[in-house]
Design a protein. Sequence first.
Length: 211
Amino acid sequence: MKKLKLLVLASGGGTNLQAIIDSIEQGKLNAEIKVVVSNNSNAFALERARQHNIKAIHLSHKMFTTPEEFDAKLLSILKENEVNMIILAGYMKMLSPTVVRVYKNRIINIHPALLPSFGGPGMYGIHVHEAVINSGAKTTGVTVHLVDEVYDHGAIVLQEAIPVLDSDTPETLQQRVLEIEHKLYSQAIQLFAEDRIEISENRSFIKKNPK
């Protein structure tokens, strides 16, 4: 089993970040968060990192003249901190093809629906749950997937479904889905730590017997 060295990208409150921190501190996840990066200087995710003595960095495209300069800075942070896996936890920006290629099959995201349904541009946060309810879907859930160069498109690592209740509002559904997110993300990351994820032809498989 290898200890993962994580960089977590977050844009908001960082509840999934907190769940990962808790899993590490409880000994359930063989990983270390080396650095938390946010494009939003006011993101509470940065404060969560500081509270746990994790390096916290504000890094926005607005700080650079070109996208290439942003990528170069992000890649330098990744290298300096010996990061071997990138975790997207409510990050509202799309990573460039440059970064995705350098960390191919080592970037994962969590999405509050059962992909490929209710994914793609504009499908984030409460908008996902509004779309689920408006569609009349009876089931929704959470997807952890590898990040590639297309929104919400990479190979699925883990999914968990929950029913959509007749009484659900977008807000109540969001809260129930979030509870699943907090559990499932650490489970997915641990599968990588145990070298149990095999990627083939844009599909992922969980090995029953890791090497």
